[in-house]
Write a protein that binds this ligand. Structure first.
Ligand SMILES: Cc1ncc(COP(=O)(O)O)c(C=O)c1O
Length: 417
């Protein structure tokens, strides 16, 4: 069995979500655009899912666009709002963001610059990953048509001051888009003051390939997908009815549990961070010490390859990540850690552990995939080493010793006081 500490990459589908979706994948199928009872029933189910999502987000049902996930939601928000504004103004536009955004945000902004001549301002963040709302205010210009910022960062978990950002943007009458993909389930989504929010279902217990862009109806949006005019002409294509119901169910559950889960998981995270920092003197916490997602503990381990630590952890039955799932496996230093001022060599030593709402799930190892081979030089560690604090890692660093210390910290936190 493996302990899964990579919930920021994806989460298991919740049983309640599976149960809600199953009838729609079997006898209650139907195309919501069909003009017969089977189709009309599907349309009613979709409308109900839309209303439930809108209720959680404090928006109107008509503001909800179901998408294939966070990447599409971000692309639609950024390109859709900026291109619509550009068409209205008949002139290139200006967009404000930060350098630590998810690739889907950065690449959408790059596309706007490359193809549509937009100017992009990336307002720097401080060493903890926080952007100063006053610096965002100072970046706004007469031709600024969008501010797009991650509500919480996927690599380091730093949370932005959404209310202050919304104050700045609403005073300037510029739409604010928050990439809330990592925030969902941990931070309040209603009442942020944002004009547009991206959420991905697979981060909150709905299936991969589900998501939402919630965008206030008054904001013009140029569609990216053209065709049958579904989703009020903002996203053509036959709707994923079962996915929408799964998303709505997961979002409601996530919201219902949010405060409890944040308190419980935040305490677990703090204990884990303290255990790692005490067991591994060279460990550095990345991101903000307090204003961080309850489920995220991210470190650099100076002098040790993050990939080597991940392998050693996997040998000990713990799966985690070197950063974002998209950047994992890439040799490029993380743009997020570089923007915090971390040295390029140290960015390669990053490891991110992310907890979910429930207990740390143990998942069966895949029998089709050979386990990471045990290192013959060392006896295999038991899944839960006994020493609560773990061995301190000496200055001459061995990834295996480091992984053993981290594994001991996980074990200590799991067994609890
Ligand atoms: C902050 C953030 N935005 C966007 C995305 C993209 O979401 P998806 O994987 O659903 O395309 C992710 C995925 O990890 C993310 O963490």
């Amino acid at each position: 069995m493996m302990l899964y500490l990579d919930h920021a990459a994806t989460t298991p589908v919740r049983p309640e979500v599976r149960a809600a979706m199953l009838p729609l994948l079997t006898d209650r199928f139907g195309n919501p655009s069909s003009h017969h009872t089977v189709g009309e029933r599907a349309a009613a189910v979709l409308a109900d899912a839309r209303a439930r999502v809108a209720a959680v987000l404090g928006m109107r049902p008509g503001d909800i666009v179901f998408t294939s996930g966070g990447t599409e939601a971000n692309n639609l928000a950024i390109k859709g709002i900026a291109i619509a504004a550009q068409l209205r103004r008949a002139a290139p536009v200006h967009v404000v963001t930060t350098p630590i955004e998810h690739e889907s945000v950065l690449a959408s902004c790059d596309h706007l610059a490359r193809v549509h001549g937009a100017e992009i301002t990336r307002v720097p963040v401080d060493a903890t990953g926080r952007v100063d709302p006053d610096a965002v205010a100072a970046a706004l210009r007469e031709d600024t048509v969008l501010v797009t910022i991650g509500y919480a960062n996927n690599e380091i978990g730093t949370v932005q001051d959404a209310a202050a950002l919304a104050g700045v943007t609403s005073a300037a009458r510029v739409p604010l888009h928050l990439d809330a993909v990592q925030a969902a389930g941990w931070l309040p989504l209603a009442g942020t003051g944002a004009d547009a929010l991206s959420i991905a279902g697979h981060k909150i217990g709905a299936p991969q390939g589900t998501g939402v862009l919630a965008v206030r109806g008054r904001i013009p949006l140029e569609p990216l997908l053209h065709g049958g005019g579904q989703e009020r002409d903002r996203r053509s294509g036959t709707e994923n009815v079962a996915g929408a119901v799964g998303f709505a169910t997961a979002l409601e559950l996530a919201e219902r549990e949010r405060e409890d889960a944040a308190g419980r998981t935040g305490a677990l995270r703090d204990a884990f961070i303290a255990a790692v920092l005490s067991a591994v003197p060279l460990a550095q916490l990345t991101g903000h010490p307090v204003l961080r997602l309850p489920g995220t503990a991210s470190f650099t381990f100076r002098g040790v390859s993050g990939e080597a630590v991940l392998l050693e952890l996997e040998r000990r039955g713990i799966v985690s990540s070197s950063g974002s799932a998209c950047a994992a496996g890439s040799d490029e230093p993380s743009h997020v850690l570089l923007a915090l001022g971390i040295a390029p060599a140290d960015t390669q030593t990053a490891v991110r552990f992310t907890f979910g709402h429930g207990a740390v799930p143990a998942v069966p190892a895949d029998p089709a995939r050979p386990a990471v081979p045990a290192d013959p030089a060392r006896p295999a560690d038991p899944a839960a080493p006994a020493a609560p604090a773990g061995p301190a890692v000496p200055a001459a660093i061995d990834p295996a010793a480091l992984a053993a210390a981290v594994a001991a910290s996980v074990a200590a936190v799991r067994s609890g006081p």
